[in-house]
Design a protein around this ligand. Structure first.
Ligand SMILES: N[C@@H](CCC(=O)N[C@@H](CS)C(=O)NCC(=O)O)C(=O)O
Length: 204
């Protein structure tokens, strides 16, 4: 069986849990407490030298890190990833946007506020994260004003990648009422068959 090393509040891990759940693929969950440095210990570093979850270990022992790589791998050949070359490139465009312009700001602000001491402790640093996070949300809002999904007018791994931290952005003190098209898209994604909430780690 597949093994997913993960930390349940992690949006990066949630992307993989959500896709596997929607594909009906079973996996074993091994939780790692990132706040207590469990991914920085030798046993885990032997699996992922980058010291981060999520990490997938396949039945044959091979490991795959990076949530986007996992989404791509598991979605290949399924309706969650287009076979059209341009739509595949657009999927990567949004996934790279998520990793460079969205996640480093929105996920980091949320992590600092929720797990690493609260907003006041990060005064002087968090303001830039909030400003850049809003810039990313504004890009999403402008795209979604005219469209239901990010690529090809249907739900795909581009939506999963962006949903993971957007739907919990308010935990990072991002006011989503400023982004009505994003909020409608969040509802659309949450209504997809097989949807599971962020803290659900295993199949019932
Ligand atoms: N680009 C990576 C980011 C992975 C990442 O930042 N993981 C965080 C949790 S969301 C982590 O494991 N942090 C623990 C640490 O750095 O020690 C991905 O998308 O999977």
């Amino acid at each position: 069986m597949l093994t997913l090393y993960d930390y349940l509040p992690s949006g990066n891990g949630y992307k993989v849990r959500l896709l596997l759940s929607q594909l009906g693929r079973r996996f074993r969950l091994v939780e790692k407490d990132i706040v207590n440095g469990e991914t920085r210990r030798p046993d885990f570093l032997a699996l992922n030298p980058n010291g981060r979850i999520p990490l997938i270990r396949f039945e044959d022992g091979r490991c795959l890190a990076e949530s986007g790589a996992m989404l791509w791998h598991f979605a290949e050949g399924t309706p969650f990833l287009s076979s059209d070359p341009f739509e595949r490139a657009l999927t990567l465009q949004w996934m790279f946007f998520e990793q460079y312009s969205h996640e480093p700001n929105i996920a980091t602000a949320r992590h600092w506020i929720q797990h690493l001491g609260g907003r006041a402790k990060w005064t002087g640093k968090i303001e830039e994260k909030i400003e850049r996070g809003h810039q990313a949300l504004a890009v999403m809002e402008s795209h979604l004003r005219e469209r239901a999904y990010f690529v090809g007018e249907r739900y795909s791994i581009a939506d999963i990648a962006l949903y993971a931290y957007t739907h919990v952005a308010e935990e990072g003190e991002f006011d989503l009422s400023r982004y009505p098209a994003v909020r409608r898209w969040l509802d659309r994604v949450a209504g997809q068959p097989g949807h599971v909430p962020i803290t659900q780690g295993v199949f019932d």
